[in-house]
Design a protein around this ligand. Structure first.
Ligand code: ZN
Length: 109
């Protein structure tokens, strides 16, 4: 058994089992990629399960899987994109209408 291993990781924190396989054999992991770095900036620590390799963090006492975070992140980006594109099209159309009327006045003479 490598129980001493677990105590080293969590001397001020209660060991929470892996959300994937339930193992408490977890270790801190270095942030990898933009999403994990962003979570680190927010003050969240990345954990990695030694049994199944699942990467997750804890948010308000609940385990949050990084693959779920990435899925949600992609969904948010999609929503922003879907909302932003029509707004940009409207902005461009109104800008073009504004400019075409004044430039037309100027050019034709
Ligand atoms: Zn696991």
């Amino acid at each position: 058994m490598t129980y001493g291993d677990q105590e080293k990781i969590v001397h001020h924190d209660v060991p929470k089992p892996c959300p994937e396989c339930g193992s408490t054999h977890v270790r801190w992991a270095h942030s990898r990629g933009a999403v994990e770095k962003f979570l680190c900036v927010l003050g969240l620590r990345i954990r990695c399960c030694r049994s199944c390799g699942e990467r997750y963090t804890r948010l308000g006492g609940a385990a949050v899987r990084l693959k779920d975070v990435k899925k949600v992140g992609r969904g948010v980006l999609l929503v922003i994109f879907v909302l932003a594109v029509p707004l940009m099209v409207i902005a461009v159309i109104s800008w073009l209408m504004d400019h075409s009327s004044t430039e037309g006045d100027d050019g034709v003479g």
